[in-house]
Design a protein around this ligand. Structure first.
Ligand code: 13P
Ligand code: SF4
Length: 338
């Protein structure tokens, strides 16, 4: 188990201005009894904790067994031999773990962990669209409910959306629910001379849709040597100005390999915190914004869910939905050779 000193060493460089990111050695000491109890329960229940890059850093750096982007964590869930998977993130990620592991107990410590993308489209919407576009291959972003995945042909994540759509042999695609990501896909296809008819749903991420091209211009003006890293949920006018576009783990790997010293990230604040902790000699400039759903997870919630999970925490899926959604998720892995 981590000591309070080791935890403090991990958290002390996190500077972004969120209340989740102010750490003293005393704070870390205060967290230890909760961390210790969680570790004991993990051993007793053969449980693992998969935590998304955006959740509070005291979770990422204390009790998480694996951290990463939605693709990396889905892979970890798929290969896990634990009996219980606790998934501090958002609901659709915990649901994806359950789709991949119908016989395991999957626990969501934060049952209110919505996502404006996943909550923006229902299975009935997809049923209606499938009648309207009968010849299109339906591609859903992983940020969707299990019921929506069950009605789609393949799923994608931010780390593979361009590649998977390029590999689909049908030249008619319906991409849902992220309109901005879909517009970025269309630009990518056009730029690479790939002719596909891509229809889009009108969902957005409330965090990423806020970033404006002027934010990028302003930062470039003040920091001429800055590298600008952008999530593909941002609008094309922002994405087109970026030096790197990719998933949260893609951005982390990019910073690891980059020779640059200054970075500006247009994505949720948690990732900037992780980078500040991992790369104390690099500088992360500019603002960041938080996802209220991701930040609703706490160490106390994780302890509660391991001690006394309620029906709201335990992911249950209809068996037909689970089977069809598994087909959709596995199709993505098959395109990528995983
Ligand atoms: P990643 O898969 O890139 O981590 O993204 C998940 C997400 O919800 C981004 O807002
Ligand atoms: Fe959903 Fe946006 Fe939050 Fe990601 S940042 S979980 S897309 S609301």
């Amino acid at each position: 188990m981590i000591t309070s000193r080791q935890l403090y060493e991990k958290l002390k460089n996190i500077r972004m201005g969120s209340p989740f990111c102010e750490f003293t050695e005393q704070n870390c000491k205060n967290l230890l009894p909760t961390i210790e109890r969680i570790e004991t329960l993990k051993r007793e229940k053969n449980a693992i904790i998969l935590a998304h890059n955006y959740v509070a850093p005291q979770i990422l750096y204390s009790v998480a067994d694996h951290t990463g982007d939605s693709y990396g964590l889905a892979l970890k869930a798929r290969e896990s031999e634990a009996d219980v998977i606790v998934f501090p993130a958002v609901r659709f990620m915990a649901e994806t773990a359950k789709i991949l592991n119908p016989d395991k107990i999957v626990l969501d410590p934060n049952p209110n962990g919505g996502c404006t993308l996943a909550d923006g489209i229902t299975a009935n919407d997809v049923k209606r669209l499938r009648t309207e576009f009968p010849h299109h291959t339906f591609v859903c972003y992983i940020n969707t409910t299990a019921e929506v995945k069950a009605l789609c042909d393949t799923c994608v994540t931010s780390s593979n959306v361009y590649k998977v759509i390029e590999l689909i042999s049908n030249d008619k695609i319906y991409f849902l629910p992220d309109r901005l990501m879909g517009e970025n896909v269309k630009n990518y296809l056009q730029h690479n001379g790939i002719d596909k008819d891509v229809e889009l749903y009108d969902g957005t991420c409330y965090v990423h849709e806020e970033y404006q091209p002027e934010n990028v211009d302003q930062v470039r003006e003040n920091y001429p040597d800055v590298e600008i890293l952008v999530h593909p949920e941002c609008m094309p006018e922002v994405v087109n100005k970026a030096d790197y576009v990719g998933s949260t783990s893609g951005m982390l790997n990019h910073v690891r390999q980059s020779k640059h010293e200054n970075f500006f990230l247009l994505t949720e604040c948690g990732l900037t915190g992780v980078l500040e902790s991992e790369f104390p000699n690099k500088k992360f400039v500019g603002t960041c914004t938080t996802c209220r759903y991701m930040k609703a997870n706490s160490l106390d919630d994780i302890l509660n869910v391991l001690e006394h999970p309620t029906f709201l925490n335990i992911i249950e899926l209809d068996s037909e939905v689970q089977k069809q959604a598994l087909h959709c998720v596995e199709k993505m892995f098959s395109y990528l050779g995983d």
